[in-house]
Design a protein around this ligand. Structure first.
Ligand SMILES: [Fe+2]
Length: 258
């Protein structure tokens, strides 16, 4: 499919400008989108995909969170369970409401590529991918899922979590890690939202996402960024937490270096 990257960037800017661009949360998602698109391309290149496939990676990145702007504008939240499933809504906005036509001319739209784009957006934030995907479908789904996680590590550092979660700094530093969360961390997999109860849990939740990275390049970018260990480091006042965080840091460093 012929993707005009400049057209995509302009269409994205124009779309975001329909919302309150002065709003910090809108700005945050705009920046996240642009970063994710570039990480998607980076991963695509590392896999020696064709130029056309790399452009599709870029497009998936640019469109994966398109529903976030409507979500924040209507509900003032990025919690799907308090509003709508932003991945599903993204597909509706693009393919049912027809927003995709602003990004790629209708006559240029290739049926197979649109199918991949839709799947990758639909499943980008799911805990697990559906089992019935073929190799190519899985590939594009995993690229956006990896890129999204890698940029979430940046967001976690650059946008202090207590802003997003409205918890006091004192409470944050005194928080404990819930045993089930620690267990999931040492099992090396993502931590389900319902398990996370404290601010320390939220941070463990962020770093545990690194265990889900599929492609070597994603892990490499995460390592180059250097945000992962910084997410979990803090001036905790809780003795238990201090000890547990040391263990987590060691485990993370081991994982990143192997
Ligand atoms: Fe998302």
């Amino acid at each position: 499919m012929n993707i005009d990257k400049e057209k995509v960037k302009k269409a994205f800017r124009d779309y975001v400008n329909e919302f309150d661009v002065e709003d910090e949360m809108i700005h945050l998602k705009k920046l996240h989108t642009i970063n994710v698109a570039s990480i998607c391309e980076d991963i695509g290149k590392s896999l020696s995909l064709s130029d056309e496939e790399i452009d599709l990676c870029f497009l998936v990145g640019m469109l994966h969170d398109i529903a976030r702007f409507r979500q924040h504008t209507i509900y003032k939240t990025f919690y799907d369970y308090k509003s709508f499933d932003h991945a599903k809504m993204g597909c509706e906005i693009l393919f049912d409401e027809g927003l995709i036509n602003r990004f790629v001319d209708e006559e240029d739209q290739d049926k197979d590529d649109i199918h991949l784009l839709r799947l990758a957006i639909r499943w980008h934030s799911a805990y697990r991918l559906p089992k019935n995907l073929n190799e190519k479908e899985k590939l594009f789904c995993n690229i956006i899922r990896d890129a999204d996680k890698v940029d979430i590590f940046r967001v976690a550092i650059e946008e202090p979590v207590n802003n997003v979660y409205s918890v006091s700094r004192k409470e944050e530093l005194d928080s404990e890690i819930t045993p089930e969360v620690l267990e999931a961390f040492y099992e090396h997999h993502a931590i389900k939202r319902e398990l996370r109860k404290t601010m320390a849990d939220v941070k463990v939740g962020f770093v545990a996402l690194s265990f889900e990275l599929v492609f070597p390049r994603s892990k490499e970018i995460a390592k180059e960024q250097g945000f992962l260990v910084r997410i979990i480091e803090d001036d905790y006042t809780n003795e238990n937490t201090i000890r547990q965080v040391e263990g987590i840091k060691n485990e993370l460093n081991n994982y990143l270096n192997h």
